[in-house]
Design a protein around this ligand. Sequence first.
Ligand SMILES: *[C@@H]1O[C@H](CO)[C@@H](O)[C@H](O)[C@H]1NC(C)=O
Ligand SMILES: *[C@@H]1O[C@H](CO)[C@@H](O)[C@H](O)[C@H]1NC(C)=O
Ligand SMILES: *[C@@H]1O[C@H](CO)[C@@H](O)[C@H](O)[C@H]1NC(C)=O
Ligand SMILES: [Zn+2]
Ligand SMILES: [Zn+2]
Length: 309
Amino acid sequence: MATKAFPVFVLLSLFYLSVVLAHSHDKKPSPFEFLNNLQGCHKGEKVKGVNELRKYMEKFGYLSNNTQSNQVEVEEDDDFDELLESAIKTYQLNYHLNATGVLDTKTVSKMSMSRCGMADIVNGTTRMRSGKKNADRHGFSHFHTVAHFTFFAGNPKWPSSKYHLTYAFLQGTRSDAFSPVRRAFTTWAANTHFSFSEARNSGNADITISFESGNHGDGSSFDGPGGTLAHAFAPRDGRFHYDADETWSVSANPNAFHLETLALHEIGHLLGLGHSSVEGAIMFPTFSLGETKGLHGDDIQGIRTLYNV
Ligand SMILES: *[C@@H]1O[C@H](CO)[C@@H](O)[C@H](O)[C@H]1NC(C)=O
Ligand SMILES: *[C@@H]1O[C@H](CO)[C@@H](O)[C@H](O)[C@H]1NC(C)=O
Ligand SMILES: *[C@@H]1O[C@H](CO)[C@@H](O)[C@H](O)[C@H]1NC(C)=O
Ligand SMILES: [Zn+2]
Ligand SMILES: [Zn+2]
């Protein structure tokens, strides 16, 4: 009996071991991994991946999406052209890199960082560019003190009858996210003229929170582990989505993204803030594993300016 069972046991063990090993090698690369093949890339080159780079620049607002039915061929283009170079330069200005238009190591490493899914430049009208950089370009030294927060195109905001907002977690939301999100609302309330309360019924809440995966029907797909982490829409939309495929944590954890930090950022969008070029601001677009952050003077000044309070 035992001698017959033995080889089966060995085979099963080997099978189990190979499954475990396969999974450990199966760690998905970041959705932004394609950027690594583009190190050093610049205008005039034709390199596989440039088309993906163009899509990245469109998603985050640096290139306009002028897709028309007859432009399918342009979409598949791997030529690094002048428009793309100019988009890279704008990106580099926003992220305090040398605006060379070349995909140098520092630019690739910044662009590869996981980040908020919202665009940095909305509808071509909002610049995340810092006042200092504008000053350098135009020579107006008094611009040095200009703040770095931005708003959405058309400055959408909540009306004064709506300075108390209700929020609700959609059914199925992982319960360990409740406390971090509640704390983030409390922090914004303590620093602005807004107040918040939790509604039991999401049907009539001003703001809803949920975890979504991949293409979830709002025109802004998530992309699995890494890449984009969360997004939230401008007033008065009220939707705040976490990417369900990320590893999230309640406390600071070097292998996970911090729920409360991303909530602080996304609530900024819900209140009308765009991305800021101040690295210390909660509205700066990128977030590392384990990174925790609070509100910054730039974020608070942004709300005060938008609402004139
Ligand atoms: C560009 O816009 C079209 C139509 O609005 C959309 O179907 C397509 O997915 C967009 N492309 C990108 C890269 O965002
Ligand atoms: C920009 O270029 C200068 C001169 O080449 C270099 O010293 C500096 O480190 C660069 N800065 C960044 C952010 O890459
Ligand atoms: C974006 O720009 C277009 C044209 O400039 C304008 O018609 C449209 O209303 C703008 N959208 C938003 C959301 O501001
Ligand atoms: Zn954002
Ligand atoms: Zn969404």
